[in-house]
Ligand binder design. Sequence first.
Ligand code: NAD
Ligand code: ZN
Length: 378
Amino acid sequence: MRTTAAVAVEPGKPLEIMEVNLELPKAGEVLVEIKATGICHTDEFTRSGANKGGNFPVILGHEGAGVVVAVGENVSTLKPGDHVIPLYAPECRQCHACTTGKTNMCTAIRRNQDKGLLPDGTTRFSMLDGTPIHHYMGCSTFANHTVVAEISLAKIRKDAPFDKICYVGCGVTTGVGAVINTAGVEVGSTTAVFGLGGIGLNVIQGLRMAGADMIIGVDLNNDKREIAEKFGMTHFVNPAELDGQSVSEAIIEMSKTEEDDWGGVDYTFESTGNVHVMEEALKAAHRGWGESIVIGVPPSGQKLAAEPIQLLTGRVWKGTSFGGVRGRTEVPKYVDWYMDGKIEIDSMITHIMPLEDINKAFDLMHAGESIRSVVTFE
Ligand code: NAD
Ligand code: ZN
């Protein structure tokens, strides 16, 4: 069949809207009609060429929602008409990683997924001249139709609006999951969130759900302050307005109390993708027990630097992918939380546009004008 897609032909160039060939799903695969897709900073990371592991040409997009159109052989958990969210973190429930119960980092199809291929090592997309087009993160949601592995699809309720819950495919779940699963934040905790973009705001709403007392937001862009306060931020720091003090020093000062003259917060979250910010986030975690969670993805090859004394004195540094969430098991619950009003999504979706305008979404991201842009398909 043919479908319309936004293709990243080479790194650093705008996406090109074109008709592409899409083969029908093979064994263990599912054809999905994408109804809506968000545009995440991780798509830009690959589009721009900063991701040295990027495969081109490629159909990007990993934050979508849609409807099952057809299933390949041996697909037993999904049928045409089911509503689904594609998962860049699959969940096979059989590999060693899945069965440990300790992680959401399923390894069943990971190697081929990282090469831009489906589990059998081939692509279903190609250009009209036959040139194969890579898949992206096992999802490729910047296309009206896509083929995805069965284990990379979460089945969700049918009454949830696609143009909102597509955001559960990455940003919402990553941010809220980092708080609930990765950090395990307790009621009354003191916290700081570095970077108040599409991920950071969801960390903040996760912290509010978990009952954190102090939620310090850090961003270079003062325009992010108002919306972050709406989501539960209690204090704001702009590193550019600190007059010589480092951000970690500022946070340590702010969090000192009568009984704790040392300062530092219980949990810090980094969602900018800047390694120096990650280092500041570690230093801002409290001596003895503070945990710092890395969420942002820096350009390939960059290294973290920290004095080991930071860890020797009890701080914990860890990272998270997709908020540690097991997609097929837990994503339906996130959709329920949205439908029940427990998590807020609508006000974070600042721009909705047709696929033809998708390059504008990247411009808005660079200008710091959007939280999330969403492309909808008629
Ligand atoms: P975004 O562009 O919407 O937000 C980034 C925010 O950080 C912006 O508000 C920006 O002003 C702020 N910022 C930039 N540099 C800063 C600095 N030095 N100090 C303070 N604030 C600064 O991006 P996003 O969609 O929220 O994604 C954030 C990061 O998370 C990206 O690196 C993305 O690739 C990554 N990500 C990781 C996962 C995961 O599973 N670990 C999932 C999705 C996204
Ligand atoms: Zn993402």
